[in-house]
Design a protein around this ligand. Structure first.
Ligand SMILES: [Cu+2]
Length: 178
């Protein structure tokens, strides 16, 4: 089988990588389903990180995400983005986030997000960061954030570094291409 070119192998390798990023399993709690929980690697010394996830309410009653906590964060809040004198700023949602029945609420970059602050350690791509969500009705729900690359815009997104640049993937050093 010497006809398989290096390019084919590279393409297969890239495919394997783009399919590989682990996306958190769905977590069910009562009528709620929490999925796609993720975060980003923290660049050198950063003490804050965003947390993003999707919450679906399959029930007929409203629920509310009231707070969030994480062992790795000295402080954790639920934030929204809002215009303040023409500048987009984030601020804590003191009353939490309503999860209306039949609705899917997505926390994503540029919108509502979890804000983990006073981090006690760095987030590295591939890490799973345990956080606890506190809902009004569904109670405490443990999820883990799958840490993506620094520039990721979505779970499973390799960001701007590109899939094919082997030098930027020290995590895959065990896979040697010759
Ligand atoms: Cu924030």
């Amino acid at each position: 089988m010497k006809t398989i070119s290096k390019n084919v192998l590279l393409a297969a390798f890239a495919l394997a990588i783009s399919a590989a990023p682990a996306v958190a399993d769905d977590v069910k709690a009562g009528d709620l389903v929490v999925s796609q929980a993720w975060s980003r690697a923290t660049p050198g010394g950063a003490k804050v990180a965003g947390g993003y996830l999707t919450i679906e309410n399959k029930g007929t009653a409203a629920d509310r995400l009231v707070s969030v906590s994480a062992d790795i964060a000295g402080k954790a809040e639920i934030h929204e983005m809002a215009m303040d004198n023409g500048v987009m700023k984030m601020r804590p949602l003191d009353k939490g986030l309503a999860i209306d029945p039949g609705k899917t609420v997505k926390l994503a970059p540029g919108g509502n997000h979890l804000m983990l602050q006073e981090l006690k350690g760095a987030f590295k791509q591939g890490d799973k960061v345990p956080v606890t969500l506190q809902f009004e009705k569904a109670g405490k729900v443990a999820v883990s954030l799958d840490v993506q690359s620094v520039g990721a815009q979505a779970p499973g997104d390799a960001g701007h570094s590109g899939h094919m640049d082997m030098k930027k993937m020290p995590d895959h050093s065990g896979m040697k291409m010759k």
